[in-house]
Write a protein of this length. Structure first.
Length: 91
């Protein structure tokens, strides 16, 4: 299984695995219909987001476990404390 060195830092972004502390921030955008209308699922309840977060924290979506996909927290560098979004990459 491929595991990149974390955090991945670019001039504008910081990419890192999710942590349990990310629940509020993850739910903030996972619960917005205007965001999820472009995705494959509807806006999530807090409980649905909590179940997703548990899977993300356990690295279930990382290559070799669930698919050949990496899913990570994406933070803007100027406010690195909490995720602004999640991002994924499929090999």
């Amino acid at each position: 299984m491929f595991t990149p060195p974390y955090p991945i830092i670019t001039p504008r972004l910081v990419l890192r695995p999710f942590t349990e502390a990310d629940l509020d921030d993850l739910h903030a955008f996972q619960s917005l219909p205007e965001v999820t209308r472009y995705l494959y699922w509807d806006a999530r309840t807090r409980e649905e987001t909590k179940r997703l977060e548990a899977r993300l924290v356990e690295n279930e979506f990382f290559a070799g476990a669930w698919s050949d996909e990496l899913v990570y927290a994406m933070l803007a560098r100027e406010w690195r404390a909490s995720p602004a979004a999640s991002a994924g990459h499929r090999a």
